[in-house]
Write a protein that binds this ligand. Sequence first.
Ligand SMILES: [Zn+2]
Length: 303
Amino acid sequence: MNQKIKTWCEEKNFKIDKNLIYGKVKDVYFSITPAGNFTLFSFNMNCPSQNLESSIKEALKEKNKKIPRNMAIVKSINIPSNLIVIRVAFAMSRYKPEFLEDTIDTIINEAIKLGGAKNEKCIHCGKDTNNHVIFNQSIQTMCEDCVSNLDELNKNNQTSPTSYVTGLIGALIGAIVGGIPWVILLFNGWIVGVLAFIIGICSFTLYKFFKGPKSRVTANIIIYACSFISVVAWLIFVYGYTFMEAFNFEESFKLDYLFQDAVLPYFLRDLGVSLFIALLGLLGIHQKITTYTIPKTPKNVDL
Ligand SMILES: [Zn+2]
């Protein structure tokens, strides 16, 4: 969060918890959190009207006329039990206090206008409660009984704890195996490794399967590093194989070969393109990695 946002939160008595901004406006709990190129606004309120979605879209569009580059576009609204969640198309790097505030006010005002009110019932059991928690990246009304039930459930699920070793092995195997389709294409004369983007996806899938640690930083470092290793290793393999094939496998391959003037530019070109495509694949699953590492336990809110 940038300094302007921090100052704004202090002034308004909003809180920042990692990437989540939360607080209370007109007695309604709201939260703001980045989700890839979008921002999720969630409001702890119910609204009976079917017209809520179109009204909010209309009102934000009206607001946008004053805001350059048309930053707030409602992408989707979903209203599960008493939680209005709205995806707006702007990235965290564009966060400005006045813009966030405008968006919050507009949405709450529209909901109230249409008969909406703050939610005072537990999202799980429906019991009246004034207890609020951070859960699933939003603020939710949840009674103390349901909170402790969820805690209990989590403890029971932790019979298979996460591990660096298995996570790393999984991510590496995933990245290497995920490289196979790309390498097959390379052997068949495709200069650019268009399939390199699945390397990161496979790496993350096995990282998760082998229960890699649920720390966002750790997960990202391991998955990016393994994908990088996979691309470099496979590309050396492809060049080495091609080299040996040219000599009918009578000559053994040495790394020096790659550094010859006639080879190096091509190797670097292929490496650059493939790493770039692999990176695109990784950026595409950014949100999935974040979701995997979000703690599943509700956290009490103090406001
Ligand atoms: Zn409950």
